[in-house]
Ligand binder design. Structure first.
Ligand code: B12
Length: 255
C-alpha cells in the first residue's frame, strides 16, 4: 500500500514522500496528534524542493516562489487525501505547509498542530542541521513539507542516521537576527521580527503608533510605504523578508 501511495504522490510532481507511524512522531512541544482525531495512526509527509528564487535579493520575488510552492502543496495535500479516501476508504486530515495554524495565547501563535520538521524526521526524510531545519539527503536544506494524517495503519520508513550538516556555521553567521547563536534553539521572537517585519508584531506596532499619532501624522502614515507593505502582507499571506538560513546552506545540490 505504501508503494502505491508513494507512486501516486510522486506522479503529482511531489519530490519525495515518507511515512511515519504516529507512535514514532516525537515533538514534545507540539499539541498531541489525538487532539485532531483519536483515530489517526500515520503521517504521510510530502517533500517539495524550494525554488532557487529563495536566494534572490528581491524579497517579493523570493516570496512569490514560496507562495507558488505553498499553493502547489495545498493542492497536492488535497489530491493525496482524496486518493486515500477513494482508494482505501481512509479518513484524512491534511496539514498545510504554512497557515492556518492554531492561534493560542500560551504559544504566542507560533506552533503548528503538527510539527512538520519532526514528522519529516520520523518519516526518515532527513535530520536536523545547525539551523534547526531538516536536511534532506538529496535536496539538502532547501525543502519544505506538508503532510496528510490518516487512520490507515502504515509502518514508519527507516530513520536516517547520517549526519548531513557539515558545521560550516554559515547559517549562524548570515542570520541578521542572530536567532541561531544558541545551538539547538531558534530564538523565535528574533527570527519572527526580522523575517516577517510586516507580520503580526509589525502590524500591532504600526497600529499602536497610529492610535498615538496626531490626525496629520495619521494621514501621513496611511500614505507611507510601511502601510502599503503591511496591506500587501495581509492581502497575499505572510511575507517573508529573509530566507538566509535556507539559501546560504551549501548542503544539497540535487535539482
Ligand atoms: C510557526 C513557524 C515558524 C515560526 C516559529 C517556528 C518555531 N516554533 O520554531 C518562525 C516565523 C520563526 C519560523 C521561521 C522559519 N521557518 Co518556519 N515554520 C513554522 C511552522 C508553521 C510551525 C512550527 C512549529 O510548530 N514547530 C513546532 C515547535 C514545537 O517546534 P520546536 O519544538 O520549537 O522545534 C525546535 C526545537 O525542538 C529544535 N529541535 C528539535 N529537535 C531537534 C534536534 C536537533 C538535533 C536540533 C539541533 C534541534 C532540534 O528545532 C526546532 C526549531 O527551533 C512550520 C510548519 C509546521 N507545521 O511544522 C514551519 C517550518 C518549520 N518553517 C520552515 C521554514 C523554512 C522557516 C524559515 C526558514 C522561514 C523562511 N523564510 O522560510 C525560518 C527558519 C527558522 C529556523 N532556522 O529555525 C519549514 C522548515 C523546512 C525544513 N527544511 O526544515 C517548515 C517545516 C514549513 C514547511 N512547510 O516546510 N517558522
Amino acid at each position: 500500500m505504501k508503494q502505491t501511495i508513494r507512486q501516486f504522490a510522486l506522479s503529482l510532481g511531489i519530490d519525495d514522500v515518507g511515512f511515519a507511524a504516529v507512535a514514532d512522531y516525537n515533538s514534545p512541544r507540539s499539541p498531541k496528534i489525538e487532539t485532531i482525531s483519536p483515530d489517526i495512526k500515520s503521517i504521510i509527509v510530502l517533500v517539495y524542493k524550494e525554488l532557487s528564487s529563495c536566494a534572490s535579493a528581491d524579497k517579493d520575488i523570493a516570496m512569490s516562489g514560496r507562495q507558488a510552492l505553498y499553493d502547489f502543496a495545498r493542492t497536492t495535500n488535497y489530491r493525496v487525501a482524496r486518493y486515500l479516501e477513494s482508494q482505501y476508504h481512509a479518513n484524512t486530515f491534511p496539514v498545510p505547509p504554512a497557515q492556518p495554524f492554531a492561534m493560542l495565547k500560551e504559544t504566542g501563535g507560533a506552533v503548528g498542530q503538527v510539527s512538520l520538521r519532526h514528522a519529516a524526521k520520523a518519516a526518515g526524510l532527513g535530520v536536523f542541521g545547525r539551523h534547526n531545519l531538516i536536511i534532506h539527503p538529496r535536496f539538502g536544506t532547501r525543502v519544505l513539507f506538508s503532510a496528510v494524517l490518516t487512520d490507515l495503519d502504515l509502518l514508519s520508513d527507516p530513520p536516517l542516521t547520517d549526519e548531513l550538516c557539515n558545521d560550516c556555521n554559515l547559517c549562524v553567521e548570515e542570520c541578521p537576527a542572530r536567532a541561531l547563536d544558541e545551538e539547538g534553539k531558534t530564538d523565535v521572537n528574533k527570527c519572527f521580527r526580522t523575517c516577517q517585519p510586516y507580520g503580526l508584531g509589525g502590524n500591532i506596532a504600526f497600529w499602536k503608533n497610529v492610535l498615538a499619532a496626531s490626525p496629520e501624522e495619521q494621514k501621513r502614515m496611511m500614505g507611507s510605504v510601511e502601510y502599503w507593505r503591511l496591506y500587501q502582507s495581509i492581502l497575499v499571506g505572510n511575507q517573508y523578508y529573509c530566507f538566509n538560513c535556507l539559501s546560504v546552506c551549501p548542503i544539497g545540490t540535487e535539482t
